[in-house]
Design a protein around this ligand. Structure first.
Ligand code: DBV
Length: 257
């Protein structure tokens, strides 16, 4: 049944979706700010398609939640529920470039091959002490507390490395009852601690100089251009919803400049 979503900050109504508790935690954390819907074309707020999967048909549902605030240019959560084929929460918070703030990035992906978990406060300016030292002095203790619960996710693309911090929590878990427990316990706690830190940084940030703002904007553009070009979700989204819709979704809704 098609669910109507008219505004980008209408609730996410995916039932029995693994990542519901995470999106609820994120919306709860963001509710501390006065936020408005982020302008998104209705075709990207809800998408459903029936696809072939292992000799059966499955319903692949996609919902996009998004908002903007005084200090957030766009916060958006891409929510995919395609049953056993894929279950994804991809949350990115893009700060206004007038503020000395990193991105908040969470990419939680369940595929038949297992869970892929990526969580970070991602630097806008990679090699910049002013931008990184304070934030990562607060992030690293959180990272140290949780990293031992997660096996390493292994190598990531060399070109992606500048977009991650030293607090990048990166893991791959097998599909299992034990992994399910880690997700609802340790991963959820880590997610909320990263998010609480990010919300605190937002609350205590102040506008930077015009010159600094321009440098931060360049850094944001480099990140967005990379993610547009190399979004690892391209294959999955194209299979579910077609190449044309996928390209428009990535370039205008997920990673708007
Ligand atoms: N990733 C997205 C969006 C998704 C999404 C918008 C709507 O950015 C899903 C969905 N990520 C997704 C899927 C995969 C990954 C992988 C489906 C698995 C692709 C596959 O294996 O078939 C963090 N996500 C990844 C990977 C990383 C991230 C590092 C592994 C990539 C690889 O192994 O090549 N966060 C993600 C990322 C960046 C980031 C790639 C880059 C700067 O910030």
């Amino acid at each position: 049944m098609k669910k109507s979503r008219n505004k980008s900050n209408d609730p996410i109504t995916l039932t029995n979706w693994r990542w519901s508790i995470f999106i609820n935690d994120a919306l709860n954390a963001l509710s501390t700010f006065k936020h408005q819907p982020y302008p998104i074309s209705p075709e990207f707020l809800y998408k459903e398609n029936s696809i072939d999967y292992k000799k059966t048909r499955i319903n692949a549902k996609a919902m996009l939640w998004a908002c903007k605030t005084e200090k957030i240019r766009q916060a958006r959560a891409a929510c995919i529920d395609a049953g056993k084929a894929a279950s994804v929460l991809n949350l990115v918070i893009n700060p206004q470039h007038d503020f000395e703030l990193p991105f908040f990035g969470a990419d939680f992906v369940t595929l038949p091959s297992g869970h892929l978990l990526a969580l970070d406060l991602q630097p806008v300016l990679h090699k910049d002490d002013l931008h990184n030292n304070y934030v990562f002095s607060r992030l690293i203790p959180i990272y140290q507390r949780w990293k031992s619960f997660f096996p390493s996710g292994g190598p990531i693309p060399e070109e992606a490395k500048p977009f991650f911090s030293k607090g990048f929590l990166w893991s791959r878990l097998p599909l299992s009852i034990e992994s399910d427990k880690i997700i609802v316990n340790e991963l959820r706690q880590a997610f909320n601690e990263y998010l609480e830190l990010y919300i605190d940084l937002l609350k205590n940030s102040h506008p930077v100089s015009t010159e600094r703002s321009s440098k931060l904007l360049s850094g944001q553009k480099a990140y967005v251009n990379y993610r547009r070009a190399k979004d690892p979700a391209r294959g999955m989204l194209s299979r579910f919803y077609g190449k044309e819709w996928t390209e428009a979704f990535i370039n205008t809704a997920l990673f708007p400049l």
